[in-house]
Design a binder for this molecule. Structure first.
Ligand SMILES: *Cc1c(COP(=O)(O)O)cnc(C)c1O
Length: 342
């Protein structure tokens, strides 16, 4: 796979660990009468200001920004955006200014949501925050801000929402390559990869990478946007475009995209009981913290697939932990007053 010809700046602690989920595997195997062997790829440990999956994308995106001579990075997201937080941290590390277009995208609020978690860190990182109304067209707002900054002589680079374009997705093709080698060395390969899918860059990049490698493992994205057709469409598009850039067949990658619906609840960022139980289960059995918006719902999806009998006991299933843990604080009330036996 021809990945090394793309400019890249080092931001992440790589390779991230691949660890067995021994107690969770045993627990779910007992509960559902036989389950697969579970492992976790710790992309919550990419290291940049609490880490997460956007850091891998930013290695390629911000390399492009530096090549273009940018001095300012603009990006957008919700108030509790992990993407925005990691972009602000990457900008700080590279000596670039960060301009963040934030719009409320979750009908959920309260003091914790507005002031702690990711937004607290954005402020700490010295980024300039533009808080806009819910219905704002974020892409248009970023372009307007870029035009305004150019007028003042600045050189802005716009990172799309979620860092999801064919450049950002290269970060997850890189993750596929890293994981394939790591799994080969430690667990003699893997059969499935399960993860949260939203703006499609993670899924598109992983599928493009697996296709370019000729690796047969199936990547399963769990929809966290409550809009599975859209998640599938953007993931297919990014898988195809990224695969082509890597010298593989776009149509082959697009055909491998699988998005599972039914675990997002009523909407993006809205808590579900399945998410809460999954976050508590993994914390109590493994000492690993998932997040309320992405990896908690993805784990609820993995548990659902095991319950349905999707996997054989001999299958090796890797759960990709994509980060997002700072949002645990913003969602404090969801986890309060819960009976540990519930
Ligand atoms: C952004 C994000 C995702 C989803 O990644 P996409 O590339 O947008 O599909 C998953 N988990 C976390 C923690 C995220 O911040």
């Amino acid at each position: 796979m021809d990945l090394d010809r793309f400019p890249r700046v080092s931001l992440a602690h790589l390779p991230t660990p691949l660890e067995p989920l021994a107690r969770l595997s045993a627990h779910l195997g007992t509960r559902f009468g036989g389950g697969p062997r579970l492992f976790i790829k710790r992309d919550d440990c990419t290291g940049l200001a609490f880490g997460g999956n956007k850091t891998r994308k930013l290695e390629f995106l911000l390399a492009e920004a530096l090549e273009e001579g940018a001095d300012t990075v603009i990006t957008a997201g919700g108030i509790q955006s992990n993407h925005v937080r990691q972009t602000a941290a990457a900008a700080a590390k590279l000596g670039l200014k960060a301009e963040l277009v934030l719009a409320r995208n979750v009908p959920w609020g309260g003091g914790d949501f507005e002031h702690t978690g990711n937004i607290q860190i954005d402020r700490l990182l010295g980024a300039r925050i533009h808080l806009l109304p819910t219905e704002t067209d974020r892409a248009a707002a970023m372009e307007a801000l870029a035009a305004e900054l150019r007028e003042t002589g600045a050189r802005p680079y716009v990172v799309p929402v979620g860092g999801s374009n064919p450049t950002g997705a290269l970060g997850y093709a890189n993750c596929a390559r890293e994981l394939a080698a790591q799994a080969e060395d430690t667990i003699e390969g893997f059969d499935y990869l399960v993860f949260a899918s939203g703006s499609g860059g993670t899924q598109g990049g992983l599928v493009a990478g697996l296709t370019a490698l000729g690796h047969r493992a199936q990547a399963i994205g769990i929809d966290v946007d409550a809009d599975p057709p859209e998640v599938e469409a953007v993931s297919r598009e990014l898988a195809a475009a990224t695969a082509e850039r890597l010298g593989a067949r776009g149509s082959e990658a697009a055909d491998r995209v699988e998005v599972v619906a039914g675990y997002a609840g009523e909407g993006y960022g809205l808590p579900t009981n399945g998410m809460r139980r999954a976050v508590e289960l993994v914390a109590r059995l493994e000492g690993i913290l998932l997040d309320p918006v992405y990896s908690g719902k993805a784990m609820a999806g993995l548990i659902g697939l095991i319950a349905e009998g999707r996997f054989k006991p001999s299958d090796r299933v890797v759960f990709l932990h994509s980060g997002g843990t700072p949002a645990l604080f913003a969602y404090r009330s969801v986890f309060e007053g819960q009976d540990p036996s519930d």
